[in-house]
Design a protein around this ligand. Structure first.
Ligand SMILES: Cc1cc2nc3c(=O)[nH]c(=O)nc-3n(C[C@H](O)[C@H](O)[C@H](O)COP(=O)(O)O)c2cc1C
Length: 222
């Protein structure tokens, strides 16, 4: 049995709550920007993902017009800092709707450090910073999607395994539905299967509607 839900009948808020509870877990872009007057701003945005591989572009969505959007439209630069478990309280607190021009990082006691390629600063305690130049914005209903060309990445050596940023060391936070947040707890590995090796290590059946034969998909990769 499934429950069928029509967005038009559910109502805007209820369907928003449904969407944000089922599109999970969402990584959190902690967006650092500067106003035209040079005032720093920091705010979490979980409608966030990679938009393009080459050139490297990330995107986040401002639901209605937030200060971050206003700043980025004015100054065309921002930094996406990774929101991590040790910074849980601070990430949440910077989501408070402070008045325009309020310095959220200072309010929650976060140190900043200069960025390499853009004017907005990085959160010093965040292990990953993606420095971005505004590529484009797209208005969609009540929201604006912001695309940022990544011009520099700064990654803390402490979370690197060779050249590879390690999930368990970065400890990214994720946003779930309601006031629920997800923590990085477990990593599984599985290699992609080249078509010429199909079914390779695939443990289930490829027949449509067929039962899965094995349940141990945790095949070591590398
Ligand atoms: C974890 C978290 C994720 C959030 N994600 C978004 C988001 O994707 N888009 C959005 O517009 N607001 C989001 N918010 C709310 C904004 O952070 C909040 O409205 C904030 O005051 C905006 O700050 P600003 O006006 O300085 O840009 C989120 C809040 C939290 C705590």
């Amino acid at each position: 049995m499934r429950r069928d839900i029509d967005p038009a009948e559910a109502g805007r808020r209820a369907f928003y709550q449904l969407l944000t509870a089922v599109v999970v877990p969402r990584p959190i872009a902690w967006v650092s920007s500067l106003s035209a007057e040079g005032q720093p701003n920091l705010a979490p945005h979980s409608f966030f993902t990679v938009a393009c591989a080459d050139p490297p572009v990330v995107q986040f969505t401002s639901v209605r017009r937030k200060d971050s959007l206003r700043n980025i439209e004015a100054t065309r630069e921002f930094v996406v800092c990774m929101a991590t478990e040790p910074l849980f309280e601070q990430v949440n607190a910077t989501g408070t709707t402070f008045p325009y021009g309020y310095d959220e990082a200072a309010a929650v006691g976060l140190a900043r450090e200069p960025s390499a390629r853009v004017a907005p600063t990085r959160v010093a305690a965040s292990p990953v910073a993606l420095e971005c130049v505004l590529h484009a914005t797209v208005c969609l209903g009540d929201s604006t999607v912001v695309f940022g060309r990544v011009v520099h990445a700064a990654v803390d050596e402490d979370v690197l395994d060779g050249d590879h940023p390690r999930y368990d060391l970065m400890k990214p936070l994720a946003r779930l539905g309601r006031d629920e947040w997800g923590l990085a707890r477990e990593t599984r590995w599985i290699t992609r299967i080249p078509y010429d090796q199909w079914p390779g290590h695939f443990a289930g059946t490829s027949e449509p509607g067929g039962a899965v034969r094995g349940d141990d998909m945790d095949v070591a990769g590398g």
